[in-house]
Design a protein around this ligand. Sequence first.
Ligand SMILES: C[C@H]1O[C@H](OP(=O)(O)OP(=O)(O)OC[C@H]2O[C@@H](n3cnc4c(=O)[nH]c(N)nc43)[C@H](O)[C@@H]2O)[C@@H](O)[C@@H](O)C1=O
Length: 272
Amino acid sequence: MNDFHAILKVISETQPDEIYNLSGQSSVGLSFEQPLPTFESIVGGTLNILEAVRFLNASIRFYNAASGECFGNTQGVAASEQAPFRPRSPYAVAKASAAMAVVNYREAYGMFACSGFLFNHESPFRPHRFVTRKVVRAAARIARGEDLRLMLGDISVRRDWGWAPEYVDAMWRMLNVDEPEDIVIATGIHASLQEFVETVFGFFDLDWRAHVDIDPGLRRPSDVAISFGDPSRALQRLGWRASFTMPDVACAMAKAEAGSEPAAGGEVEKSL
Ligand SMILES: C[C@H]1O[C@H](OP(=O)(O)OP(=O)(O)OC[C@H]2O[C@@H](n3cnc4c(=O)[nH]c(N)nc43)[C@H](O)[C@@H]2O)[C@@H](O)[C@@H](O)C1=O
């Protein structure tokens, strides 16, 4: 998304009513290894689309995928739209910058542009780099007798895990209100990674303690200990609320993984 002229051409040719910007490097872990490509892909991609829409003077509605990561550690209080940005990774710095660019374009040019501060939203389409899919894939392989162990970093971290299809509905709703507004999309409930692991291994009738190893090398230089969002504005403005919480997400992903073909090879799950 970093070729302005290509973006301009696509928008002029297709004349969309709505644009959903989900582009950019999306792994928090990888962003520590690749800070500049992460920043450029997220901030440059967002700015290029905003500039193209401005240049074309088009009445296109623009949705930007911001992130609950912008708020960093939420500790005991769920992050609302008023919570300060406290990014704890290059990824979060970039997402916070892109979200501020969206506010700037809305205020400066009157564009219908808004950001959704989405907390973790999962599905069977999650790449293995993310912890939820890494856990369900490993548990499914162990259940099939492929003699795997699962290596994880810090399992005390707490996340607000929701179901991605519901979050896509929230994104659509954000572009179908009268006035653009930045909104937090979350379940409002947090659970630990250990609880997620227990639920997934339980789905496969396995005791997670017999199969999971902790590798301090998989810890991030700075992580977010607790991340959860306050979805009250989403209910009020969009009529949206999450129906899946962590146990539903974990079981739906485990069920999908159990139905999939065994992957070739039996590599140890060790990548962050
Ligand atoms: C809202 C936000 O949500 C996602 O970001 P994320 O929460 O960083 O997702 P994750 O699945 O990479 O990590 C979750 C937690 O789990 C810990 N953890 C422990 N052990 C492993 C481990 O072995 N692998 C991974 N990946 N994480 C591990 C890790 O340290 C972290 O605390 C993205 O969609 C992002 O795009 C986004 O916007």
